[in-house]
Design a binder for this molecule. Structure first.
Ligand SMILES: [Ca+2]
Ligand SMILES: [Ca+2]
Length: 510
């Protein structure tokens, strides 16, 4: 009887109550789409189930593919085709090919028909059904958009058991919409552009105007979503969960969750990027001229990646992200000349894993690829706290390189390394390390002309490593401590920030 009446709603209320008891600032909102909202921080479990396609109406289907169909048939609902390849060869602009549920043994499939600006060609799961494209460990690739194939939508498929790439856009592909996909395995789940090496020019050209939304990609050998050599321009990545890539024998360098070597603008938002063997999000590593414009990385939950969490080499805005559990520096930016904005992020409990390397929690303009890359920096409303387990020692404050110019640095909270919260190599005439006390007593502000509203207290986050929850506890000194004109309108979870924004990615919602 108890079980019978203890339904889903009751469970939700109970969960909500537990969260409320834990923290007055906790997130108690329901996820609004399968891959949209990260689970409570600390829950490393993959988001399931695989996302389904946005519903279309059955009457929108113009052709059908079914596991019991035949390519000799006409592709109607009652006489469906059998293979993706046949459907791809038959379609014209405006076509909507609906795939019935079931597992399709799939060989390398080349999509060479384009839609146009009046009508995409859509390959989509039939409403409510789940087609699976299975390479049976013999196909090296599953879906290949050949050079110039454009105006295509691919939605609602699972791609599995391929050896190299699940989905490839080989070059000169534009206006491609990828959504509600579940792709696992291979060397990369999704590969954009083609070239001899990361350093070479793309042999089939760039890809541009691509959206990847509401999808799950994981367990590739190298980078899960890989744009090398690039460039990938005008890219939108939203609500994608990327995890467990590069965890095998080939792990670490070159095994990022999202790796775009070249190209911009790029928007990466509302993604959950976790437990990858390299970096979480790595953009513009080969854009050596610097000054990448329109690169925005915001509202992502970036957790337990073995190297850096977010790495923007050539500029951009990093906003409202939550980063914990990285095995190395959480945010690494500005290796080339550029403008960087780092605003309202919560960066805490990185480098606590015993396998971690001790490094700074934020790096801007480190002389590595270039001597003293010139970087103009806005650094505002962030929390940097408890980065690296305190007993381990090591450099865990933030690093600002010799070429950094502070446009605005204010309203940040520093609570990691008492003797060196900020290392500022551009400062001359004194030691470049600024202690917590020197931030608190105004020394940092006097030297730089910045540093208004800084906080050097424990931010009182909800919970620590290894089950970190970086929401603020009620009464945190970060509450209402932000700069209003610098803060984004909403927080990482879409809550409107008030006139007194909190520091970090989460506004405290009472
Ligand atoms: Ca990388
Ligand atoms: Ca507030």
């Amino acid at each position: 009887m108890f079980k019978k009446h203890f339904g889903t709603n009751s469970l939700r209320w109970l969960l909500a109550l537990v969260v409320l008891l834990l923290s007055a600032c906790g997130n108690i909102e329901e996820p609004d789409s399968p891959a949209a909202s990260p689970p409570p921080a600390g829950d490393g479990a993959p988001l399931t189930p695989p996302p389904m396609a946005d519903p279309i109406r059955p009457e929108e289907c113009t052709a059908y593919v079914s596991t019991n169909g035949s390519d000799e048939e006409t592709g109607t609902e009652t006489n469906p085709w059998a293979t993706f390849q046949h459907a791809a060869d038959m379609v014209e602009p405006g076509a909507t090919v609906c795939f019935r549920g079931g597992t399709y043994a799939t060989a390398e499939t080349h999509l060479s028909q384009s839609g146009n600006s009046e009508g995409l060609i859509s390959f989509i799961a039939y409403p409510g059904e789940a087609p699976i494209l299975d390479g049976e460990s013999s196909a090296n690739q599953l879906l290949i958009l050949t050079q110039h194939t454009s105006y295509v939508r691919i939605s609602g498929f699972t791609l599995q058991n391929f050896n190299i790439w699940g989905l490839e856009l080989s070059g000169e592909n534009r206006h491609v919409q990828l959504d509600h996909l579940h792709i696992s395995g291979g060397e990369a789940a999704i590969h954009f552009t083609y070239g001899e090496s990361v350093e070479s020019a793309p042999s089939e050209g760039p890809v541009e105007y691509i959206t990847l939304q509401d999808s799950i990609v994981h367990d590739s050998i190298y980078s899960a979503v890989d744009c090398t050599p690039g460039p990938c321009n005008h890219m939108v990545i939203q609500r994608v969960e990327i995890y467990n890539t590069g965890r095998g024998a080939e792990s670490f360098y070159g095994s990022d969750g999202l790796e775009f070597a070249r190209g911009y603008p790029v928007l990466v938002e509302d993604c959950y990027v976790h437990d990858n063997g390299g970096d979480g999000i790595d953009l513009n590593s080969r854009d050596r001229q610097g000054n990448a414009t329109g690169v925005i990385v915001r509202r992502n939950l970036v957790v337990r990646n073995a190297l850096n969490g977010i790495k923007l080499w050539a500029g951009g805005r990093i906003e409202n992200n939550v980063l914990w559990g990285q095995g190395n520096c959480a945010i690494w930016t500005g290796s080339f000349p550029c403008a960087m904005e780092v605003v309202n992020n919560t960066v805490a409990y990185n480098m606590w894993n015993p396998a971690s390397e001790r490094n700074w929690s934020l790096v801007v303009g480190y002389p590595e690829e270039m001597d003293s890359p010139p970087v103009s920096l806005i650094l505002e409303n962030n929390i940097f706290a408890s980065n690296a387990e305190p007993l381990e020692g090591g450099a865990t404050g933030i690093y600002l390189g010799p070429g950094v110019k502070l446009l605005r640095e204010r309203h940040n909270l520093f609570w990691s390394r008492e003797e060196g919260e900020i290392t500022a190599e551009f400062v001359t005439g004194r030691d470049s390390d600024f202690s917590r006390a020197e931030i608190a007593d105004g020394t940092w502000a006097a030297v730089t002309g910045q540093g208004q509203g800084e906080i050097t207290e424990d931010p009182r986050l909800v919970s620590s490593w290894p089950n970190a929850d970086l929401h603020l506890q009620a009464g945190s000194p970060a509450v209402n401590a932000g700069s209003a004109d610098g803060a984004p309108d909403d927080d990482a979870e879409g809550h409107n920030r008030d006139n007194t924004p909190d520091l970090g990615a989460y506004e405290c919602i009472q």
